[in-house]
Design a protein. Structure first.
Lengths: 247, 291
């Protein structure tokens, strides 16, 4: 089981957001993707789950089946005006077991309840999702990931706009997942969180600036290089010739 | 008592066409009510309207080939409606156009073709019939059609309920677990077309969409759960059918608009007084709970 980026390029209107990125993520450990705004972090995650099609190259999730992957987008597109209870939303995490038609059943609801308990929202099970704050809602989405029981967990800026307590609680879940041997890849902006919880870091600025042990990657020199690269934008860039073809 | 019987019950006891119309309304409510509710929840409330126009050229072609024949017109309408849904779906998927915009484009195209065909081939009376229908003229064939469509709708909905609800709730999640959201969506659009076609003999193409949308929108004002809304939507639709038929019988009104107007009155009443979103309950707040 390994997540491998093989010379992947993803672009918007021909301008690359992720440019010839290669490397592999450490399995059964936590890697942070770090970098300035516009560095292609979210784009890379979306390409990894197949929501965006790369121009060239590929992201290979060797040995991970669909049901082994959980993905938490940066801004969830969940329609919170719909009359759905917190418990029902969490229970959708059982999709890999129930599929479109299977029964959730008493055992499934028990698991969902258990997951809610673990994120500290057991009292909210029957409430409508429209009644939650954004921090509570993020906890609910983490409960769903618990239920998905995924080997590979992709999180896109999961702690943005979360208070210290929520961030801490959810990071503890990340720590537990790591101990359970799951592979976690998370886009983050907070230096301290990365240092404390993520042994590996991919520093991205459209291209790989550095990738390896966190303490060796997050150096002042590397961070400055990342900011400089991401800020650099050519409106009339020449066609890229890296692979010898127009790629 | 005697008087109430005369007003509410006697019309159905005395006349077969009234019983038939009532049965038709019940079947229509069972099919269209839930479909309308899903349209509302998917923020596609206007889509039903677009689709009701889209079926017109098909119905017109059916009329040109076979005259006022229900099977021909229904089949034609269904084909035209599905064609528009598929083309709009393809345009959304493969070109950079949002779904509502591509539906608008294709249904307008379809409507123009329909009006052209009708004006070239039939008299105004025929056009009136296609547009407005008459629930009091529902024959056996139409009743079978409406009943059949309601059955197919309910059975299909029971199957696709979860993926469809999840597709409205959280499309990104559904895609991330590898489920084909588009497939359920297409199945659902087929049901929309099917229900509009089944409503058109009874209510006409324009009014069929009223029985689909008004009860559904009303239901949202009454309940906070999907199950509650489903029950409410079907009840309001059937209640409107019953009251509309009686009004049309006693006051010699055209049945289609009478039914839709009753549904509209339900809606206006709910807008003011319904507990889960009506204006007055929101205005007069109950005292809040302890923190």
């Amino acid at each position: 089981m390994k997540v491998i980026l093989d010379n992947i390029t993803v672009s918007y209107q021909r301008h690359p957001a992720v440019h010839h990125v290669s490397g592999s993520f450490v399995t059964a450990d936590a890697t942070a993707i770090f970098g300035p705004n516009g560095a292609g972090k979210s784009t890379l995650l979306k390409a990894m789950i197949g929501a965006l099609k790369p121009d060239s190259g590929q992201a290979r999730l060797d040995g991970f089946a669909r049901q082994d992957i959980a993905y938490l987008p940066q801004q969830s597109e969940i329609d919170r005006s719909l009359p759905v209870s917190v418990l029902d939303l969490v229970a959708t995490g059982l999709w890999h077991k129930t599929g479109p038609f299977g029964r959730v059943g008493r055992a499934g609801l028990g698991q969902a309840m258990d997951a809610l308990e673990q994120v500290g929202l057991a009292d909210f099970a029957t409430r409508s999702i429209s009644a939650l704050s954004s921090g509570q809602f993020q906890r609910v989405l983490f409960a769903r990931i618990l239920l998905q029981d995924a080997r590979l967990i992709l999180l896109d800026e999961p702690f943005t706009a979360m208070d210290a307590k929520t961030t801490f609680d959810l990071l503890e879940l990340v720590r537990r997942w790591k101990e359970e041997g799951r592979t976690i890849i998370a886009v983050l902006h907070d230096y301290e969180q990365v240092r404390a919880y993520f042994p590996h870091t991919l520093l991205l600025a459209r291209e790989v600036v550095a990738w390896g042990r966190t303490e060796q990657v997050l150096t002042d020199a590397n961070l400055k290089r990342a900011v400089d690269t991401a800020a650099h934008w050519q409106d009339r860039a020449a066609v890229c010739q890296v692979d010898g073809v127009n790629a | 008592m005697q008087h109430l019987y005369e007003v509410l019950i006697a019309p159905f006891v005395d006349f077969a066409f009234m019983r038939r119309a009532l049965a038709g309304c019940l079947a229509l409510s069972l099919g269209s009510g839930p479909i309308g509710l899903f349209l509302v929840m998917r923020r596609m409330s206007l889509m039903g309207d677009a689709m009701s126009h889209a079926v017109l050229p098909g119905a017109a072609v059916g009329f040109m080939l076979a005259g006022l024949s229900l099977p021909a017109m229904s089949l034609g309408g269904f084909v035209a409606g599905v064609l528009v849904a598929v083309l709009a779906g393809l345009a959304t998927r493969f070109a950079g156009i949002k779904e509502d915009a591509s539906f608008a484009a294709f249904y307008l195209l379809s409507l123009a073709i329909g009006v052209l065909l009708v004006s070239k081939s039939g008299s105004n009376v025929d056009l009136m019939h296609i547009l407005f229908g008459s629930v009091l003229a529902v024959d056996d064939a139409a009743l079978y059609l409406v009943g059949g469509v309601a059955s197919v709708t309910l059975i299909t909905l029971a199957f696709i309920y979860r993926p469809m609800l999840l597709e409205s709730l959280d499309p990104v999640f559904l895609r991330s677990v590898g489920a084909r959201g588009g497939l359920w969506h297409m199945a659902f659009l087929m049901l929309v077309v099917l229900n509009l076609v089944s409503g058109f003999q009874a209510l006409g193409t324009l009014m069929a969409v009223g029985l689909m949308m008004l009860p559904a929108i009303t239901a949202r004002l009454w309940s906070e759960t999907v199950e509650g809304m489903l029950v409410m939507a079907v009840s309001v639709a059937f209640g409107s059918g019953l009251a509309g038929l009686l009004l049309s019988y006693h006051f010699e009104l055209p049945s289609g608009p009478a039914i839709i107007l009753v549904a509209g009155l339900f809606y206006l009443f709910s807008l003011l007084f319904a507990p889960a979103g009506g204006a007055l309950p929101r205005y007069i707040r109950a005292r809040h709970f302890e923190s």
